[in-house]
Design a protein around this ligand. Structure first.
Ligand SMILES: [Zn+2]
Length: 165
């Protein structure tokens, strides 16, 4: 889970947190020490992760259904959507013949709005197999598409750098 800390001089004592676009935004007093802040952040993060549930296949199913309702009027159907450990070069895939969607398990670690883009991308392939104009119109309904593509490119190049000896 991505954590964004915002310190404020006006804030006196309390530390508060809320979810914004899949990131945990923590608001803390400016005077709080780094050690105290780190403690607050780790307990807030644990509590939020518990509330949101783990990123498992059931989580993907919930996200896919949410996106289906929001961007496709609930018109799509699929047989299964699940995480795959074997998708290390790609972020997702959609097999149209058996309506099966696989999402790289690497995406468990990216912000929810980025994973949502990949799920939406694979859902759109149920309607349009190629990356043509119609496909771009479909994924363009999601306002964070451009930002998510940028984020994924950065993840890709970071992982490539790590593999280099
Ligand atoms: Zn695609």
């Amino acid at each position: 889970m991505e954590v964004i800390v915002k310190r404020s001089a006006r804030r006196k004592k309390t530390v508060q947190a809320r979810m914004v676009d899949g990131a945990l935004v923590v608001m803390a007093p400016a005077a709080l020490s780094d050690g105290e802040l780190a403690e607050h952040v780790s307990s807030l993060k644990a509590r939020m992760e518990q509330r949101m549930g783990p990123r498992n296949d059931a989580h993907l199913e919930v996200r896919a259904e949410h996106l289906n309702q929001k961007y496709f009027d609930g018109a799509l159907s699929w047989k299964s959507i699940s995480y795959s450990e074997r998708q290390m070069k790609r972020f997702g895939s959609c097999t149209i013949e058996d309506e099966t969607i696989r999402i790289s398990s690497r995406l468990r670690r990216v912000p929810q709005w980025v994973e949502d883009y990949v799920v939406l991308h694979e859902l759109a392939h149920l309607l349009e197999p190629s990356h043509n104009r119609r496909f771009k119109e479909l994924v363009g309904r999601y306002s964070l598409t451009e930002r998510a593509i940028g984020f994924l490119l950065a993840v890709d190049s970071m992982e490539r750098r790590k593999k280099r000896p």
